[in-house]
Design a protein around this ligand. Structure first.
Ligand code: AMP
Ligand code: MN
Ligand code: MN
Ligand code: MN
Length: 286
């Protein structure tokens, strides 16, 4: 393991409001213990965890930035856009996230039906129980596949059943990337392209994604993510310079069962980058 100190900023965290394993209050407590000073809770397509995260952050003396991670499509591929500093009570954004929740409900029912046909027992109901406060997402179905002995671990469950092209994969009509960016900006947020290194794009296609994201009004790239290689961090830092974008950083923490991802742990932001905290600090609070 490397010995870089923990970051003081972690702008990508999940809780039980979506597919995280810990409550918002527990995530905030972990952030405080890790020495994080500024954090964003960025659950998938929901802001339901933000009120609890705000109370816990105030009690712990941490600065919470209201966040969300929106599922979208670009070139028929799932792409995630993080919104930072969104207005958590914005009626229009809440309505738009309700439409995402409806897509998730329908998709969960369809995944459940596929898995039932493949011989699993009550997959939808079991995934719903694992989802605790949120809607069943693919990681919950992955857990069901492991629990019923179909797969060794969740990674294998994705590889064999849930990933794009596999038997329990269900295509979802997420909004286009530019729509997701617009939703965030219209709610006063900063639009950040989430973990660009995780989409398995060629260098050229990644550059086109960033170009399209920037043209749509996107403002920052998540350069420093726990799962990005040093080469990827460098490539993304260069893209922020080329397209005059800010740089964000986050662990994409989901809980203790993924032991290799920890709150506040990520590569250091290269010095050529303009940190997204500069952009957030220059805006008035909503
Ligand atoms: P969903 O939002 O329901 O489409 O589920 C996507 C989530 O599944 C991501 O946010 C990750 O948390 C998780 N995930 C995606 N791919 C994998 C994988 N190969 N192995 C484990 N978890 C994954
Ligand atoms: Mn997730
Ligand atoms: Mn994501
Ligand atoms: Mn995430």
């Amino acid at each position: 393991m490397h010995h870089t100190p923990n970051a003081s900023v972690d702008f990508h965290l999940h809780s039980t409001a979506s597919d995280g394993e810990l409550t918002p209050a527990r995530v905030v407590a972990l952030a405080a213990a890790a020495g994080v000073r500024q954090l964003a809770l960025t659950d998938h397509d929901t802001m339901a965890g933000l009120a609890e995260a705000r109370l816990a952050s105030e009690a712990a003396g941490l600065e919470l930035v209201d966040g969300v991670e929106i599922s979208s499509l670009w070139a028929s591929q799932d792409i995630h856009v993080v919104g930072l500093g969104v207005r958590s009570r914005d009626a229009r954004l809440l309505e738009r996230l309700a439409s995402q929740a409806e897509r998730r409900r329908q998709r969960a029912a369809a995944i459940g039906a596929r898995l039932q046909k493949l011989g699993l027992e009550d997959p939808l109901q079991q995934a719903a129980e694992l989802a605790l406060r949120g809607l069943p997402a693919r990681p919950h179905f992955a857990q069901v596949l492991v629990a019923q002995g179909r797969c060794r671990d969740r990674k294998q469950a994705f590889q064999q059943y849930l990933a794009q092209g596999k038997p329990a994969y269900v295509r979802t009509a997420w909004p286009e990337l530019e729509t997701a960016v617009r939703w965030i900006r219209e709610a006063g947020g900063v639009a950040v392209l989430a973990h660009p290194g995780r989409y398995r794009l060629t260098r050229q296609k990644l550059r086109r994604l960033v170009q399209g994201f920037s043209a749509a009004g996107g403002q920052a790239l998540e350069v420093s993510v726990s799962t990005h290689s040093p080469d990827m961090v460098k490539q993304l830092a260069d893209l922020t310079v080329e397209f005059a974008l800010y740089a964000s950083q986050g662990s994409d923490y989901h809980g203790p069962s993924m032991r290799w991802v920890q709150v506040g742990r990520m590569p250091r932001l290269p010095s050529v980058c303009r940190p997204v905290t500069d952009l957030l600090a220059g805006r008035s609070r909503g």
